[in-house]
Design a protein around this ligand. Structure first.
Ligand code: 5GP
Length: 180
């Protein structure tokens, strides 16, 4: 079968996960969430920008009462020695005693997710779960429990389905892997 190639900005990418395969995994995760959380009034938290497409596809497959909101990690220059500090912004709901499900596009090193989970714990939710569409286990250096995972992938750069390369490629309906 011919390789399906796309150009995003200045690089070539080849088809890695088709739209049909994505749909299948999202449907599976939606089923797992229903099994685990229906009746518990969960609040989903999509992490912008990358997770907007996964969050939207997943959310429309949930047929039980639940809520959704979107959060962003904003960088600002801290005064401490670490330089850049990432702060989770956009939490405008009462999370105390709620079941929170973080929706991520991809977990690579796990540092972003660790930052998110640490900041969320300050709001005293009953429980925080994580659903990520992609996971790169070989790159993950933080020990974090991932409750729902679409696909485990090798440590290669991918674009599409919300994920960008230089802010382009988020609109691709499939996921593509960098060629060179
Ligand atoms: P982590 O903190 O887990 O290392 O990185 C998480 C963030 O890095 C993701 O939310 C995403 O923005 C970016 N990232 C990691 N791997 C990839 C990749 O293969 N492709 C794209 N487009 N972004 C990635």
């Amino acid at each position: 079968m011919a390789q399906q190639l796309v150009r995003v900005d200045d690089r070539q990418f080849s088809l890695y996960i088709s739209e049909a395969e994505i749909e299948k995994e999202v449907t599976r995760i939606a089923g797992e969430l229903k099994r685990d959380l229906a009746g518990r009034d969960p609040i989903f938290m999509g992490i912008l920008n990358g997770a907007f497409m996964f969050a939207s596809d997943l959310f429309r497959k949930l047929d039980f009462p639940c809520q959704i909101t979107f959060l962003k990690l904003a960088s600002y220059s801290g005064t401490g020695s670490t330089g850049t500090v990432k702060q989770l912004i956009g939490i405008n709901r009462e999370l105390r005693n709620r079941v929170v499900v973080v929706l991520e596009d991809i977990v690579d090193t796990g540092i972003t997710l660790e930052t998110i989970l640490m900041q969320l714990s300050g709001y005293q939710p009953a429980e925080v779960r994580v659903a990520t569409f992609l996971h790169k286990p070989e790159a993950t250096i933080r020990k974090i429990r991932l409750d729902y995972v679409g696909r485990e992938i090798p440590n290669d750069f991918v674009v599409g389905y919300g994920l960008d390369y230089n802010e382009y490629g988020r609109n691709l309906r499939e996921i593509y892997q960098v060629v060179d």
